[in-house]
Ligand binder design. Structure first.
Ligand code: NAD
Length: 254
C-alpha cells in the first residue's frame, strides 16, 4: 500500500453528518477522497468537505442497497479513480424507536437493506481490488445499538449487531490477504441520525437525562468519530483486526 498521505479512501453516506466529517478528516491527512451517497448532490457535500481543505475529492451517486449500483461504483472506483486503499461503510438509516409491536415488515426490510446489506455489497465489490493491491482497510460504522439492546429500535439494533458480525467474519476471511476490517460503535453523536431525536421536544428531556448517566456527561461530535476512522485506516492501527471500538463517552462501559 502507498503511505498514508497518498492513499485513497471511499466513504459511503459521505454527504451525511458523520460522512462529511470523515471526508474532511481524511482530506486533512492527505487522502484522496471518494465521496459516495444516494445522489450526486448529496455526495457533493462530502466532496466539498474534503475540498475545503484542498484535498482532491470526487463524488459518485450509488444506492448501496442495489447490487447493480454497487457494481457501477466498483468499476468507477477501480477503473476511473485508480482503486481504493480504505473503505468506510458509513451509510445508514435510523427508523426511530420502532419496536416489535410497531415496526412493519417493509420498514424492517428497508433498514436491513441499507444498514446491513449495504456494507456487505460494498465490501464484496471492493475486496477483490483491495486484494490485488496487496491489502487495505475496511471500517464499518456500527453503533452502541450493535452492542446492547434498548439503544435504537428493533431493526436498527438488529442490523448494527449484524454489522459487528460482518466485521468479525470479514476480518477472519480477509486478514491473510492483508485486509484489516474493524468497526466503530458511536454513541449519541450531535449530528446526522441523532439530530431529529435531539431536536424533538418530546424526546429531548429523555435524551438529556440519559446523557447524565453516561460517564462523559455529554454528546459526542462527528469529528471525534472521524478521527477514530482515520486512526483505524492508518498504519498505527496495523495490528487492530476484527475489533469493535466504542466511541460513546462510556455509554457501554457502565
Ligand atoms: N449520528 C449518530 O448519533 C450515530 C450514532 C451511531 C451510529 N451512527 C451511524 O453513523 C452512520 C452515519 O450516520 P449519520 O448520523 O451521519 O446520519 P446521516 O443521515 O446524516 O447520514 C447518512 C447518509 O447515508 C446516506 N444513505 C442513506 N441510504 C443510502 C443508500 N441506500 N445508499 C447510499 N447512501 C445512503 C444518506 O443519504 C446520508 O447522507 C450511520 O451508519 C449511522 O447508523 C450514527
Amino acid at each position: 500500500m502507498p503511505d498514508d498521505a497518498t492513499r485513497t479512501v471511499l466513504v459511503t453516506g459521505a454527504g451525511g453528518g458523520l460522512g462529511r466529517a470523515m471526508c474532511e478528516e481524511f482530506a486533512r491527512e492527505g487522502y484522496r477522497v471518494l465521496a459516495v451517497d444516494l445522489d450526486q448532490e448529496t455526495a457533493q457535500g462530502g466532496v466539498d468537505a474534503a475540498g475545503a481543505l484542498g484535498g482532491p475529492a470526487a463524488g459518485f451517486a450509488c444506492d448501496v442497497t442495489d447490487p447493480e449500483s454497487v457494481a457501477r461504483l466498483g468499476r468507477w472506483a477501480t477503473e476511473e479513480r485508480g482503486g481504493v486503499d480504505a473503505v468506510i461503510n458509513n451509510a445508514g438509516i435510523f427508523e426511530g424507536f420502532l419496536d416489535i409491536d410497531t415496526i412493519t415488515p417493509e420498514r424492517w426490510d428497508a433498514v436491513v437493506a441499507v444498514n446491513l446489506t449495504g456494507p456487505f455489497l460494498v465490501s464484496r465489490e471492493l475486496i477483490p481490488s483491495l486484494t490485488e493491491r496487496g491489502g487495505g482497510v475496511i471500517v464499518n460504522i456500527a453503533s452502541i445499538a450493535g452492542m446492547v439492546g434498548g439503544a435504537g429500535g428493533i431493526a436498527y439494533t438488529t442490523t448494527k449487531h449484524g454489522v459487528i458480525g460482518l466485521t468479525r467474519e470479514l476480518a477472519y476471511n480477509c486478514g491473510e490477504r492483508g485486509i484489516r476490517v474493524n468497526a466503530i460503535a458511536p454513541g449519541v453523536i450531535e449530528a446526522g441520525v441523532s439530530l431529529p431525536l435531539l431536536n424533538d421536544p418530546s424526546r429531548s428531556a429523555d435524551m438529556t437525562a440519559k446523557m447524565q448517566e453516561v460517564p462523559a456527561r455529554r454528546l459526542g461530535n462527528a469529528r471525534e468519530v472521524a478521527r477514530l476512522a482515520v486512526y483505524l485506516a492508518g498504519d498505527d492501527a496495523a495490528f487492530v483486526q476484527g475489533a469493535v471500538l466504542p466511541i460513546d463517552g462510556g455509554f457501554t462501559a457502565v
